[in-house]
Ligand binder design. Structure first.
Ligand code: ZN
Length: 123
């Protein structure tokens, strides 16, 4: 299982992603190696589903996730999609298959995009 991999195998000495970040479902590339910073922050992400269901708020089910890739500029992403705003939050979804959320973005902080390690695969 990808999730059992300890972060040290994924995180470089500079705290960046050693591997490319891919969509778990379709393999679409989200981030190139070395483009994101490892960041610990407790964020709630609704359960994975297709984008139309996410727009309604995602429902109460989900996960509190601690480990993320932090990206400061949305143009760093190879491919990413966004849900409609849910309050002041946008969730990141795969640009190709639209499954998510794989990450989290708050409109109050334009320079922080979080991608949850547990919601993506690494290659
Ligand atoms: Zn995908």
């Amino acid at each position: 299982m990808e999730a059992a991999e300890p972060p040290s195998e994924l995180v470089s000495e500079e705290g960046r992603n050693r591997k490319a970040v891919l969509c778990r479902r379709c393999g679409s590339r989200v981030l190139q190696p070395g483009t994101a910073l490892f960041s610990r922050r407790q964020l709630f992400l609704p359960s994975m589903r297709k984008k139309p269901a996410l727009a309604s708020g995602g429902g109460p089910e989900g996960d509190l996730l601690q480990e993320h890739w932090l990206v400061e500029d949305m143009f760093t992403f190879e491919n990413v999609g966004f849900t409609k705003d849910v309050g002041n939050i946008k969730f990141l979804v795969c640009a190709d298959c639209e499954v998510g959320p794989i990450g989290w973005h708050c409109l109050d902080d334009k320079d922080s995009f979080y991608v949850a390690l547990d919601r993506v695969s690494h290659e």
